[in-house]
Design a protein. Structure first.
Length: 140
């Protein structure tokens, strides 16, 4: 009986460890991104057997000038995958000349739970960035 209990605990602990990752904070992602926006997936196209190209309509831009309205996602049977869904809104952090990727350990993600708190945090980050820029310009 003890062996069976040990085996069950070992089995389930391995599953929970498999999806553990250290995603950057919203603040860190905002600071490092060239552009940040919220978009809604309007359509998606299977690019190959493992990748999906998702086309977004931009709802609100928070930072920078985006050079794409596309987010890539992967087709996977893994419990750690982050599939995209047409009609859902996504918070997108991107770097110029690179297509954002929806992945379980990144900040580009679907937003539906806690949306107001997330949007409030983004608005605060924008105000802080604008204040820092204004202060730097005044010092020059």
């Amino acid at each position: 009986m003890k062996f069976l209990l040990f085996f069950v605990v070992l089995l389930f602990s391995g599953i929970s460890i498999a999806c553990t990752c250290a995603a950057p904070s919203i603040e860190e992602s905002f600071k490092n991104a060239d552009f940040v926006y919220i978009g809604q997936i309007e359509s998606a196209k299977l690019s190959d057997s493992t990748e999906v190209t998702n086309y977004l309509t931009i709802i609100k831009e928070y930072k920078g000038v985006r050079d794409t309205d596309v987010v890539m996602s992967r087709v996977s049977k893994s419990s750690c995958s982050s599939p995209a869904g047409v009609g859902y809104e996504y918070l997108v952090f991107g770097k110029n000349n690179s297509t954002p990727i929806l992945e379980s350990c990144g900040q580009t993600r679907v937003i539906f739970y806690g949306k107001k708190a997330l949007l409030d945090k983004l608005d605060k980050l924008v105000r802080t960035a604008e204040l820092e820029l204004s202060t730097k310009q005044d010092d020059s």
